[in-house]
Design a protein around this ligand. Structure first.
Ligand code: AGP
Length: 609
């Protein structure tokens, strides 16, 4: 998730866009860059690292211009380096482009351009887009027409802002899935940015640019057309957010914002990785290695560990591949059995967790193949592992992990299908699983519609002194993650375990009115779960059951029932249940007046032992 912004008008555009991008830094960045025309040339300055690195370079030149674009990069293709930073320019350096999103067909386009003599400076998909626009611009058409023609060749999610040295009073922008907002200034200035946060000091008048709309932003106004050049109207609105609430997209906390981002996060996580009936993961081990691997060790902490448990469930059920999941802090001091034919998988949102890094080094000492499932590109774990799969969830600001967990579980499913393809396992119905993944973002969206029901239940149980989280098989893994959310942000003690374990001790904790949350998406062992529910109720417990909306078998049994969208796969059926449970934890914490985004005693990344 990158930050992009552009300005054209009476002020010094360089100062304005540097101020705008500062307000987008919550979107995360590992490099920044700026482009502006000066003395008939397109000046492009870009630096890896913090915004202050770029600012120092710009201050040295102290430039002035009435048109500028700026970018803060959250790397997806290529590490955070000066060369990979945006803006990117075309073959003839007549245009500069900044991009937020992922272009799925950039490899084939790049190969074609190289065959026609194009030379590339970076590893990014964005630079390919700049060359495509530049190629169309060579025809002498206006910049907006070059953008319209170029976009028709691209597949994926993107928002572009483009400038040309030949048209210094114009900023052209277009989007498909990635966000872009137009800001209408007063006194001959207009602007565009990833969201309104960046523009609030300059205007309160905005319009959301819709998909496949191309906007020409000049000091005199904004003209919008569709991809065929036909004019379309923009619906403007006034926003009176303050900057802080705007960074949260109008939500009260980053956690709730990130919960609601999950449908798009799953789309981003899947982007470029699904073909018609297969999974396409580039840059992993060669085929013979996958044939050889006969055991997986997943190593992680906290929420990432819980995602690892989902991986174990999946790899053993789908691939019959023995899989162990280890707490990094235990693994690094234990005596792990590490066979040369095993694969060590490190799951980490931050990529900087000290225990996971130490465990990784232990595996490297034993010359074990390592694969990372990481969110932060350029992080230590991402750089150290042999191979890495990025979750592409965008920056996760709230300490309590939500969207990263779902993205980790999705990447594990992609990896499982990839291994099935490499091991040529005919029993794995790859095409059906790929279709279920394609449909999953919509299921997550439907699960978000349960927010009102979860708020009501949260009100009822916010004063709980103990909450049970129970389930069987994949639902048991979800129970652990749901319990951690509640502990972390509402500071409510929880008891979580496989439902069949209750009788072996935890049942003693059930008291009159104790809330017991049952994940009940697994239909195969339903009657076992029903007897566990009755054991709780017989001792005064209050049962909240989460099950598919095609299943009414618990309607007359549990006190509260949450109905989930079926996902055509038991792994995804269980995974989607974490969405209402994230909201349950959030609203119970809110009822209790907790801090939520920065819970007491906790840090977003535990970079010390
Ligand atoms: C989860 O909500 C917590 N923030 C914590 O358990 C976290 O998952 C754990 O510290 C691992 O962090 P990582 O994924 O960055 O390695």
């Amino acid at each position: 998730m990158c930050g992009i912004a552009g300005y054209v008008g009476q002020r010094n555009a360089v100062d304005v866009v540097l101020d705008m991008i500062k307000r987008l830094e919550y979107r995360g960045y590992d490099s920044t860059g700026i482009a502006f025309p000066v003395d008939g040339e397109l000046r492009i300055l870009k630096r890896a690292g913090k915004l202050s690195e770029l600012k120092a370079v710009v201050d040295d030149e102290n430039p002035s211009s009435h048109q500028a674009i700026v970018h803060s990069r959250w790397a997806t293709h290529g590490a955070p380096t000066d060369l990979n930073a945006h803006p990117h320019y075309d073959h003839g350096a007549r245009i500069a482009l900044i991009h937020n999103g992922i272009i799925e067909n950039y490899i084939e386009l790049k190969e074609e351009l190289v065959r026609h003599g194009h030379i590339f400076q970076s590893e990014t998909d964005s630079e390919v887009a700049a060359h495509i626009v530049g190629q169309e611009y060579q025809e002498g058409v206006p910049l907006e027409e070059a953008v319209r023609r170029a976009v028709k060749k691209l597949r994926g999610a993107f928002a572009f802002v483009v400038v040309s040295v030949d048209e210094p009073d114009k900023v052209v922008c277009v989007r498909n899935a990635s966000p872009l907002v137009i800001g209408f200034g007063k006194d001959g200035e207009n602007m565009v940015a990833s969201d309104i946060t960046a523009m609030l000091p300059y205007t309160k008048q905005f319009a959301i640019l819709e998909n496949d709309m191309v906007a020409v932003v000049t000091p005199d106004g904004v003209k919008v057309t569709n991809l065929n050049g036909r004019p379309v109207d923009l619906e403007t609105f006034e926003a009176n957010y303050d900057v802080k609430s705007a960074e949260k997209g109008g939500y009260d906390h980053f956690m709730l914002k990130e919960i609601h981002e999950q449908p798009d996060v799953v789309r981003q996580c899947l982007a470029g990785r699904l073909s018609e009936k297969t999974v396409t993961l580039d840059g992993l081990f060669s085929d013979h290695v996958w044939q050889e691997i006969d055991r997986v060790n997943i190593i992680a902490c906290g929420t990432a560990y819980h995602a690892g448990l989902m991986g174990k469930y999946l790899f053993e059920k789908m691939l019959q591949l023995p899989t162990d999941v280890h707490f990094s802090s235990e693994f690094r001091y234990g005596e792990p059995i590490l066979s040369p034919r095993s694969l060590a998988v490190f799951i980490s949102q931050s990529g900087e967790t000290a225990d996971s890094l130490a465990a990784l080094k232990l595996c490297q000492q034993h010359r074990i193949r390592t694969l990372g499932i990481v969110n932060v590109v350029g992080s230590s774990i991402a750089r150290e592992v042999d191979k890495v799969l990025f979750t592409q969830a965008g920056p996760e600001i709230s300490v309590a992990s939500t969207k990263a967990y779902v993205a980790q579980a999705i990447v594990l499913m992609l990896l499982g299908i990839h291994i099935a393809q490499k091991k040529e396992m005919p029993g794995v119905r790859t095409a059906d699983l790929v279709q279920a993944l394609r449909n999953f973002p919509d299921a997550v969206q439907e699960a978000l519609d349960l927010e009102g029901q979860m708020q009501e239940i949260a009100k009822k149980f916010a004063d709980s002194s103990l909450v049970f989280f129970l389930g069987r098989r994949a639902d048991a893994n979800i129970a652990l993650e749901a319990a951690l959310k509640l502990k972390e942000i509402a500071y409510i003690p929880t008891q979580e375990c496989p439902a069949g374990e209750m009788k072996h001790g935890p049942l003693a904790l059930i008291d009159q009115g104790t809330l017991a949350v049952f994940g009940a998406t697994d239909k195969e062992i339903r009657e076992k779960l029903v007897s566990n529910i009755k054991e709780i109720q017989a001792r005064g417990g209050h049962v909240l059951a989460l099950t598919g909306n095609d299943d009414d078998s618990l309607d007359k049994i549990a006190e509260d029932v949450v109905k989930l969208p079926p996902c055509d796969d038991p792994y995804l059926d269980a995974l989607v249940s974490i969405v209402p449970l994230q909201m349950l934890a959030y609203y119970m914490a809110k009822e209790r007046g907790c801090e939520i985004d920065q819970p007491r005693n906790l840090a977003k990344s535990v970079t010390v032992e």
